[in-house]
Design a protein around this ligand. Structure first.
Ligand SMILES: [Zn+2]
Length: 244
């Protein structure tokens, strides 16, 4: 049986209030405590379509006190390189490929916002899933964060001084893996997405666990490496075929 983690990306003052509210009520109804990727200082033009919510940080603090895990989701959510880094889900990044100093500035600036708002992150979530070893170094030097929600693997493992918690799919479904994180973006969810998610929650609610705090001693094994190789090879082929 798998352990499932719910992850919600792109929480920031400009968001689709109704959809986030609906997600919150849905997860509460099934007793699921997600990890939330909060953007400290969002400048992503795609988010401008949403009105600014003056109560957003109150809402975020309420999630935190309810036991939802908080994650540092980059700094401004603006892509400045075409690098995939060590988890090349996309060929664009706010971090991967930048010099260490620049990455440290971004991480430190994000943490300053969180500190001012009373948000205590337990993990890092890179926008577009992309980061490199210097991102990890920046986190080690500027934060207490020692957990990354993003890798392709069967189960969490320890590497480079971090616990990596696998995140393999954007849709709740059964996968033959020990730990699975479903990554949702409430802002862009449609009616169908909510209904499908609720259907899955109804059957599997007992299999959801909160984001693991603390460090694992497990090292990645050959199964993890093969899974990753297969996953990124498939993505690469799909990208070539679609001409992107
Ligand atoms: Zn994002």
């Amino acid at each position: 049986m798998s352990r499932y983690i719910m992850r919600l990306d792109d929480a920031c003052p400009r968001h689709d209030r109704e959809k986030w509210q609906r997600m919150e009520e849905l997860l509460n109804a099934y007793g699921v405590k997600p990890i939330v990727g909060l953007i400290p200082d969002c400048r992503d033009p795609q988010m401008e379509q949403y009105p600014e919510d003056p109560e957003f940080w109150d809402r975020a603090r309420a999630w935190q006190s309810r036991g939802w895990a908080m994650a540092l989701h980059g700094w401004q959510h603006v892509y400045v390189t075409r690098e995939g880094g060590i988890n090349p889900v996309h060929q664009r990044s706010e971090f991967a490929g930048l010099p260490l100093d620049k990455q440290k500035e971004k991480i430190a600036a994000g943490m300053e916002v969180f500190n001012a708002q009373g948000i205590r992150p337990v993990a890092f979530i890179a926008p577009s899933h992309t980061f490199d070893k210097d991102t990890l170094r920046a986190l080690l030097e500027c934060t207490d964060i020692r957990s990354i929600s993003d890798t392709i693997a069967r189960a969490p493992y320890n590497k480079y001084g971090f616990t990596f918690v696998p995140q393999q799919t954007g849709k709740a479904r059964k996968l033959n893996l020990d730990w699975v994180t479903f990554c949702y973006h409430p802002n862009v969810m449609g009616e169908e997405d909510f209904l499908e998610l609720e259907g899955f929650l109804r059957v599997h609610e007992g299999e959801f666990v909160p984001y693991p705090k603390g460090q694992t001693k497990r090292r990645e094994d050959v199964g993890d490496k093969l899974l990753r190789l297969g996953y990124f090879t498939m993505r690469h082929i799909r990208r070539k075929l679609s001409g992107k």
